[in-house]
Design a protein around this ligand. Sequence first.
Ligand SMILES: Cc1cc2nc3c(=O)[nH]c(=O)nc-3n(C[C@H](O)[C@H](O)[C@H](O)COP(=O)(O)OP(=O)(O)OC[C@H]3O[C@@H](n4cnc5c(N)ncnc54)[C@H](O)[C@@H]3O)c2cc1C
Length: 668
Amino acid sequence: MSLPSHLALLGMAGSLAVADRLLSGPGSSSSSSSKDKRQQQQQQHLPLAARTAGCKEVHGNKREQSPAEQLEDMRTTPIKCRDGTLVYPYSLPTRDDQLDRLKKESYDVLVIGGGCVGSGVALDAQVRGLKTAMVEADDFSAGTSGRSTKLIHGGIRYLETAFWKLDYGSFTLVQEALEERAHMLNAAPYMNSALPIMIPIYKWWEVPYFWAGAKAYDLVASRQKSVPSSHFMDADEALFQFPMLRGDGLKGAIIYYDGQMNDTRMGLTIALTAAQEGATIANRVEVISLLKDPQTGLVSGARVRDKVKGDDWEISAKVVVNATGVFADKIRKMDDPEAIELIEPAAGVHVMFPAHFSPAKMGLIVPKTTDGRVLFFLPWEGCTLAGTTDSHSNITMTPQPTAQEVNFIMQETNRYLTTNVTADDLIAAWSGLRPLVKDPEKIKEGTAALSRNHVIEVSDTGKLITVTGGKWTTYRRMAEDTVDRLLAEKPELLADGAVAPKASTWNMKLLGADRAGIVCDQKFNKIGITLRNDYELPEDVAMHLVKSYGTRALQVAELVRTGYTDVKAGTRMKRLHMRYPFLEAEVVFAVEQEYALKPMDILARRTRLAFLDTEATSTAIPRVVKLMGDLLGWSWRQRAAETAEAIAFLQTMNVDKTALLKSNKKKK
Ligand SMILES: Cc1cc2nc3c(=O)[nH]c(=O)nc-3n(C[C@H](O)[C@H](O)[C@H](O)COP(=O)(O)OP(=O)(O)OC[C@H]3O[C@@H](n4cnc5c(N)ncnc54)[C@H](O)[C@@H]3O)c2cc1C
């Protein structure tokens, strides 16, 4: 890029001296050795694109740039943060580049499914040095991984089971998940954070019971302490912290801590980090059959279909991993039509209410609802999420909440709140399918019970590796176990010494935090301050961008500054809906940098508007279709089809309020 345009882009009119400082990094004029060291580290950790972007600035000629070159520069130009450190934007290969590779190259590992588990396996395998591809039939984390309660947790209730039933399996499950909780909080600290959760207590005898339970939970987590310790608070303090709580008869509350995330963005970030490490990943590419080596009969790849362009081709791989969650049996049967089914899907429903039903930073758990389940009531993305699990369901990509489940959640909630929630307060509802799984070894022994643990199966027929079950929080461990198993099955992959036998994802930072510790010294609030002061974004928008993108938030802010499609440079930032912090610029970023292909990829998963508020989403659809249509060159016919598809999806996140009211009346 030519120097003047670069400076214009950064909004730093200036001199070669400024450019020199940009290139050599902050503090280069001061001879601080620690800063020099940091700078060297920074350069070492840069993706190639960013390093070459630096070179371009020094040696670049000054001819006029084509729009494509300008875009490329925008993607790779270092952006300055408040403290003088630079964010080197990472630019992913385009989807077409990824498809091209998938068509031409063969792989060590092909992962089927781009939920948290598949993305985790792709990341682990690629980082160890295995040449890895991952294909996802829908969008990244569009399945169960985007429909969770968003808790990074060990499951405080399983601990109760562990103690009362002396169940060592449940204990290790909680212990493992609590260790992984520490990993998740560390891997993307801008996105995942600790959340205090209140257990309200209305009977004196419950105080020691829940206190002991919460302390045991702390103790089990103590090997990897990542959140504050639990504590008791009296009724006055509890009502101060949670003013919406019913106060009559309240004896006090136990506060314990877990982590909270934005599940689709976390899943996407894992997938994008795998791509950053060199894995080939593609959404909307579906496995339609498995390939088998005619000599050995072993699975040797898959036939796939690009659901956007409609073409089919074969991808060959030494090992195929089936990480398709509740769809795992379908893939297993492509290998062995006689395979006994392992998956028992269990639906969980969530309901969204406006923010004023919960404090901004305190959740509530009802450990035992009237039918013995757990109910969570949590602040999330500026709204209030209430949800419970599990009831039997059919397998589908878009499960729908029933009026009965939604009513149940509202009734249980109203037992604890001073202001009743009603059907009119409901702003969205969605359902997700948990892949509960039977252990194949136990099936052979005839003692199969459903397990909350994960299961890794290597098929007798084709050596297809299936990983399923478990929970979001343990995705990294599941991935590590899968790649360990894969290497045990195929030791020849380790033969030339280029592949690491052990995983190295435990301490790894994900995209957006990968150069944290260097950029802004891992203090993401400095990025927030930069967004507020230098880019003049409002606080809610700045906070949302930092929480969603980490250091990459500055790239989104740059889009606001430089303009896009029909929005000129210097125009004030535009929201997708006036009540929410999601920006039009995020639509552009999602298309250019995050493989968004459909309006709901953006409205439901890159941002979470559809999960928060269906009415607000329906008003945002036309503008999102317009922006995407302009960026992706959609015809008017395609724009109409995309609009219809988005509306149809939105209907699955809606509950018929008339049915709700009727069902409510019946209960009374
Ligand atoms: C209601 C609910 C709440 C939950 N809450 C929590 C929580 O708070 N914390 C927690 O830790 N866990 C939670 N869980 C569990 C957690 O969400 C799941 O264990 C996890 O998301 C499963 O991830 P996965 O990658 O195995 O499956 P998925 O996310 O479903 O991914 C599988 C992917 O495979 C793709 N696929 C299927 N067939 C093909 C094909 N032929 N070709 C290519 N791709 C294909 C699908 O499109 C899908 O995206 C919850 C689960 C539910 C149901």
